[in-house]
Design a binder for this molecule. Structure first.
Ligand SMILES: Nc1ncnc2c1ncn2[C@@H]1O[C@H](COP(=O)(O)OP(=O)(O)OP(=O)(O)O)[C@@H](O)[C@H]1O
Length: 234
C-alpha cells in the first residue's frame, strides 16, 4: 500500500506581512504544518519569526499571500481561528496575573482536568494568583490552557524565554508528546539546541525570508547548515 501523504492543517503560500508604512517584515513565505509534526522557526533577532506566527494565526493581517486552515483559505481573525482549533501562545504568555490559575484556565475555556493531567505541577496552585507563580509555572499555565482546549495546531512563541533549562525541557517535552498525539506545532525558539532536540523540521528566517529549511535531523547532524543561514548577507 502506498504511504499516506500527510494533509497539512495550516499552510501559507507567498505570505508577506509587516507593520504600518514600513517594508514587509516577512516576505514570500511558504509553509506547511502537518498533524503530528513540530516545525521550529529559527533566526536572528528581528528576522520575522514573531511576525510569521502573528500572520499565520490571524492576529496580524497579511499584506499578500494566502493562509489555509484545514484546506480552506482563511482571513478570519485570531479568535475565530481559535474556535476552529488553532492555539497561539504569544511571547508575553498572556496569563492574567491578577486572576488565579483556575480562573486563567477557565478564561481560556480549558478543560481543567486535562490541564492538570498535562502539568500536575499546577495542582497545588489552582487557587493562587498567577502573578505569584514563577515564570516557569506561568508558562505552564499558558501552555496547559492552550493544550487543554484540544487544538489541532499550536503556534508558540519563545516558550522557554528566560526559563531555566530544566523547565524549558519540561515544556518542550510536553509539546513533543502533544505532537506525538497528533498536534501540529510551529515553535519559535531562541534556544536552538532545545528546539532542535524536539523538532521534526526547521525553517531559518533571515531578513524576513527563508534562509534554510530542512529536516531537524540534518541540522542536528550538521549544525553548520544553520550557522551559514544565520550569517549576515555578504
Ligand atoms: N509592532 C511593530 N511595529 C513595527 N515594527 C515591528 C513591530 N513588531 C516587529 N517589528 C519589526 O519587524 C521586524 C521583524 O520582527 P519580529 O518580531 O517578527 O522578529 P523576530 O524574528 O521574532 O525577532 P525576535 O527574536 O527579536 O523576537 C523587525 O524589524 C521588527 O523591528
Amino acid at each position: 500500500m502506498p504511504a499516506s501523504v500527510p494533509v497539512p492543517v495550516l499552510t501559507a503560500r507567498g505570505l508577506s506581512a509587516g507593520y504600518g508604512e514600513g517594508g514587509p517584515a516577512v516576505r514570500d513565505l511558504d509553509l506547511d504544518l502537518c498533524p503530528g509534526e513540530i516545525v521550529t522557526l529559527l533566526g536572528p533577532n528581528g528576522a520575522g519569526k514573531t511576525t510569521t506566527l502573528l500572520a499565520l494565526s490571524g492576529a496580524l493581517r497579511p499584506r499578500t499571500g494566502v493562509v489555509r486552515w484545514a484546506g480552506r483559505v482563511t482571513t478570519a481573525p485570531l479568535h475565530q481561528r481559535a474556535r476552529a482549533g488553532l492555539a497561539l501562545v504569544p511571547e508575553d504568555r498572556s496569563v492574567i496575573m491578577e486572576l488565579t490559575v483556575r480562573e486563567n484556565l477557565r478564561l481560556g475555556a480549558a478543560d481543567t482536568d486535562l490541564a492538570l493531567e498535562t502539568f500536575p505541577e499546577l495542582a497545588g496552585h489552582l487557587d493562587r494568583r498567577a502573578g505569584l507563580l514563577s515564570g516557569g509555572q506561568q508558562q505552564m499555565v499558558a501552555l496547559a490552557r492552550a493544550l487543554a482546549r484540544r487544538p489541532a495546531a499550536l503556534l508558540a512563541d519563545e516558550l522557554s524565554l528566560g526559563l531555566a533549562p530544566r523547565i524549558a525541557e519540561r515544556l518542550l517535552g510536553v509539546v513533543r508528546a502533544a505532537a506525538d498525539g497528533g498536534l501540529a506545532v510551529l515553535l519559535v525558539e531562541q534556544h536552538v539546541r532545545s528546539a532542535l532536540a524536539v523538532a521534526d523540521r526547521v525553517i531559518v528566517l533571515r531578513h524576513g525570508q527563508v534562509a534554510w529549511s530542512g529536516p531537524a535531523e540534518q541540522a542536528r547532524a550538521d549544525p553548520d547548515v544553520l550557522v551559514g543561514a544565520y550569517l549576515p548577507l555578504a
